[in-house]
Design a protein around this ligand. Structure first.
Ligand code: PEP
Ligand code: MN
Length: 369
């Protein structure tokens, strides 16, 4: 994927946040119109609605189907809002294009499958329509990037990423774990790629939406996708996570929108000063690590000479305990310090094992008489 992200999607960079709202699923023409009319005053950038719904088990509501596209045409016509629909196969793409849908998105269950993504990409050849790619259900960044590459290779200029969380066996308060480090890494590779956060599918329940939406804003995401329904408790899908347009309005009012970057010379100078301090500490950290590794080498040679096994579990226990205790004492996250020391310890073990298995170098052999 090109690192620029190559976006000129109208107001994505200026509307903060770039807001996508609308129901999980289009259910009836009235519900779609009622939602759109009440979202219009919130100045949303895009009206979303599922028409074809991927469901875990057959028999659940699988979407209203193509008839819903006509309702979305009406939304466009009567409110002027741009509309977005999830597509999962060629037929969906063709129907959306025929009905003037403005933006398409690929759902998390489709992103996992390169065959499906390629089918969508092939159907898009020669068309210029923005495509939003949700992260795959499993935490695999390459799969997400690969899906965006396939769409971009089909000639689509406006590709957007949607972070909707990842499923995990670990049970937490979230429906899908945010694993923020994954979208952060993605942003590191493609700084220009617009990133939308979908708190609805991360949270699975509306009482958590505010906090996750705020975190996305704090992390400089460009936009939010939030499922909105006039009567969430009666929704035909994702009932616990949808909010009313009024609820969305409140959420937005309570949202603290951060500056994208430093805006004045004075702020810039202060930030630079602080960053210089960080640079200095990082330099010290790396030098301290180097010194530590030199000692590890001496230990490795000592163990080799004396034929002692590299891994000494009680020593690792002691390191883990004392370092996390110190972290707590200093008000640092003990979890973070444990992670760092696990990595350092692994590297120490690796180095010592290498020393142990290293052939004695001829240079240390006594000279021949
Ligand atoms: C949706 O947006 O309604 C949806 C099905 O989301 P996801 O693909 O993220 O599960
Ligand atoms: Mn949904």
């Amino acid at each position: 994927m090109s690192p620029s992200g190559n976006i000129d999607f109208g107001d994505i960079k200026t509307s903060r946040p770039f807001l996508i709202a609308g129901p999980c699923s289009a259910e009836t023409e009235e519900q779609v119109m009622e939602t759109a009319r009440s979202l219009k005053p919130l100045n949303i950038a895009l009206f979303r609605s599922g028409i074809w719904k991927p469901r875990t088990r057959p028999g659940a509501f699988e979407g209203i189907g193509a008839v819903g596209l006509k309702w979305l045409q009406r939304v466009k016509h009567e409110t002027g809002l741009r509309v977005a629909v999830e597509v999962a196969k060629t037929k969906h793409v063709e129907l959306c294009l025929k009905h003037g849908i403005d933006v398409l998105w690929i759902g998390a269950r489709s992103t996992v499958n390169p065959f499906t993504v390629q089918e969508i990409a092939d159907a898009l050849k020669g068309v210029d329509i923005p495509v939003m790619v949700k992260n795959p259900v499993n935490p695999d960044l390459n799969l997400w990037i690969g899906a965006m590459e396939r769409i971009q290779n089909a000639g689509i200029k406006n590709v957007l990423a949607i972070h909707r969380g990842f499923s995990s066996i670990e049970k937490t308060k979230y429906r899908n774990q945010p694993m923020w480090e994954i979208p952060i890494e993605l942003k590191g590779y493609y700084p220009g790629l617009p990133m939308i956060c979908d708190p609805s599918h991360i949270c699975g329940r509306r009482d958590l939406l505010q906090q996750v939406a705020q975190q996305a804003m704090d992390l400089n995401f460009d936009g939010l996708m939030i499922e909105t329904h006039p009567h969430p408790d009666k929704a035909w899908s994702d009932r616990e996570q949808q909010v009313t347009p009024e609820g969305l309005k409140m959420l937005l009012e309570n949202l603290n929108i951060r500056e994208k970057g430093v805006t004045t010379k004075k702020l810039k100078a202060t930030l630079e000063e602080l960053r210089e301090l960080v640079d200095k500490h990082d330099d010290e950290l790396i030098r301290a690590l180097k010194e530590r590794m030199d000692v590890i080498e001496q230990i490795g040679l000592f163990k080799k000479e004396n034929n002692i096994a590299v891994l000494q579990p009680e020593r690792w226990h002691e390191i883990a305990h004392t370092r996390t205790e110190l972290a707590k004492e200093l008000g640092l996250s003990d979890e973070l310090i444990l992670k760092i020391f696990q990595l350092i310890h692994q590297e120490s073990i690796r180095q010592q094992t290498e020393i142990l298995n290293r052939e004695s170098s001829p240079a240390v052999m006594p000279p021949l008489p």
